[in-house]
Design a protein around this ligand. Structure first.
Ligand SMILES: C[S@@+](CC[C@H](N)C(=O)[O-])C[C@H]1O[C@@H](n2cnc3c(N)ncnc32)[C@H](O)[C@@H]1O
Length: 298
């Protein structure tokens, strides 16, 4: 990827995230997770469901103490901190948003996790060529990659994963044929200037082309519909504070985008999948048991 494209991505990320940490804190959960939650209780609360999602990701990756985890597009660092605190890994988060990285660094220090967890501001593509990790997660990142860049993206992730390692990709998909609509035009112009979404099978094909073995695929579409509904409720409940922080236009734009997203997940126009992968031909055994039972044993 060229430096120009990288710069364009950074500008697109700044457009979305530099709206401000305080604004996002109005409607996200206290861990500031900005992706689909996991409702073990269908009527559950956002806080619990986000904690359960972070835990599900750690369980799927079969994290073990002392392992290294790369959290690509780590947002405000929720997964990195959860994995370091509860699974004893050495977590490294990278985000293109400076505002997120600063917030995460302060929280890591406050929580005394600095010896095991760090969040860096930058593009994951700029990590040292020799950087290697036991486990890698990219939660809510594929939406920013650009469909044409999937081969480079999945190839780079593979390069950074140690043999025997696992990669979890958590991301939104679009119904089979991507097309521009008034809704996607609105999103491009006002919300996510660099966003686009592929279908699930298209994504899996690119993963296989990049020589990943697909171990597990789980659809969580209705979990994301509920997450978006809860974000909308929470944002509306703090409307006055939101307007004071970002103004009427951005408040309404975000309310509209989150509501449209909920409707699109409900109708099935978009989906959400977690895909667990290991490198094809990896004969080192890895950490994956033959069944999913360990994921749900508590
Ligand atoms: C929807 S947020 C998800 C954040 C977090 N993973 C979560 O679950 O809350 C997408 C994140 O991807 C990051 N991102 C997108 N492209 C990136 C890149 N090339 N390098 C590093 N971070 C990137 C953004 O800065 C943002 O933190």
């Amino acid at each position: 990827m060229s430096a120009r494209a990288t710069g364009r991505d950074a500008a697109a990320i700044a457009h979305h995230y530099d709206v401000g940490n305080d604004f996002y804190a109005l409607f996200l959960d206290p861990l500031m997770v900005y992706t689909c939650a996991y409702y073990r209780d269908p009527d559950g609360k956002l806080e619990q469901a986000q904690a359960d999602k972070l835990d599900l990701v750690c369980r799927k990756l079969r994290l073990a103490p002392g392992e290294t985890l790369l959290d690509i597009g780590c947002g405000w660092g929720g997964l990195s901190m959860w994995a370091a605190r509860h699974y004893g890994v050495r977590a490294h988060g990278v985000t293109l948003s400076r505002a997120q990285a600063e917030w995460a660094a302060a929280r890591i220090a406050e929580d005394g996790l600095g010896d095991r967890c760090r969040v860096e501001h930058g593009d994951f593509r700029d990590l040292a060529p020799g950087a290697r990790y036991d486990k890698i997660a990219a939660v809510g990142v594929i939406e920013h990659v650009g469909i044409g860049n999937y081969p480079a993206f999945f190839g780079r992730v593979s390069q950074m994963l140690n043999d025997g390692g696992l990669y979890l990709n958590h991301g939104i998909t679009h119904e089979f044929h991507w097309r521009r609509t008034s809704q996607t035009e609105f999103l491009y112009r006002h919300v996510f200037p660099n966003g686009d979404l592929a279908g699930l099978t298209e994504t899996l094909t690119e993963m296989e082309r990049a020589r990943w073995e697909i171990l597990d695929v789980e659809g969580l579409r209705l979990h994301y519909a509920r997450t978006c509904r809860q974000w909308v409720e929470r944002l509306r409940a703090r409307a006055d504070e939101a307007r004071a922080l970002v103004g009427e236009r951005i408040y309404r734009t975000w309310l509209l985008y989150l509501t449209c997203s909920a409707v699109s997940f409900e109708s099935g126009a978009i989906g959400l999948y977690q895909v667990l992968l290991r490198k094809q031909g990896d004969t080192t055994g890895g950490a994956v048991p033959g069944t999913r039972e360990d994921l749900y044993a508590r």
